[in-house]
Design a protein around this ligand. Sequence first.
Ligand code: FMN
Length: 217
Amino acid sequence: MTRREVNAGILAGAALAAAPALAVAQGPTPRDLPPPRSEGGQPLIAALKLRRSTREYSDRPLAPQVLSDLLWAAFGINRPSGDRTAPYWRHVMVIDIYLAMADGVWLYEPKTHKLLPYAKDDFRAQTGLQDFVAAAPLNLVYVAHGERMTDVAPEERRLYASVDAGFIGQNVYLFCASEGLATVFRGALDGPKLGRALRLPDQQFVTFAQTVGYPRD
Ligand SMILES: Cc1cc2nc3c(=O)[nH]c(=O)nc-3n(C[C@H](O)[C@H](O)[C@H](O)COP(=O)(O)O)c2cc1C
């Protein structure tokens, strides 16, 4: 990591997922999340009845427990095998979840259930083309590792990565419905521009984003 990258707000860039210790040594430390709740929530049918997209958000931040539960529901580990709450293509972990919040960009690490620091600046406004994204407390950005999809034609990588992101997105929708949170899955974004702003490594690309927050009163 160069001094220039630090100045640009990128704390660990490409090396982060592979070597979080680098980020610890050179920037803010990973953020602990409380253990996700293993009980509670609305019955599935009730959550399905409530599921919807919302585009008006309060700027109230999400409490740490809510963030923890949300991320676990989205793509957390739900079995001793290390597998996840959402199905994924060919047992290859393609999607990373980045969190764009007022205090910077964080990368969700499901194995330790922590947030790894990624960038110190507020990137929320850059995660979409709609105004509400700048003020909502959280925008999840679903980033795909194209380089892990080795035996797939490049033009098909986006297809499988998008399906993986869609499953995660539906988990988020159902969690939000259950918890009285607002959310919307979003394709209206400039993925290449956002990828450049985040300095994603070559072959990683933004698929979709999803805003989460409390509904505006
Ligand atoms: C692939 C995909 C992309 C979407 N992109 C956007 C988007 O960029 N902005 C937005 O406001 N809603 C977006 N949506 C949400 C849809 O508009 C919404 O799900 C649809 O209108 C049905 O409304 P409901 O979710 O309230 O049932 C997207 C949904 C999907 C599945």
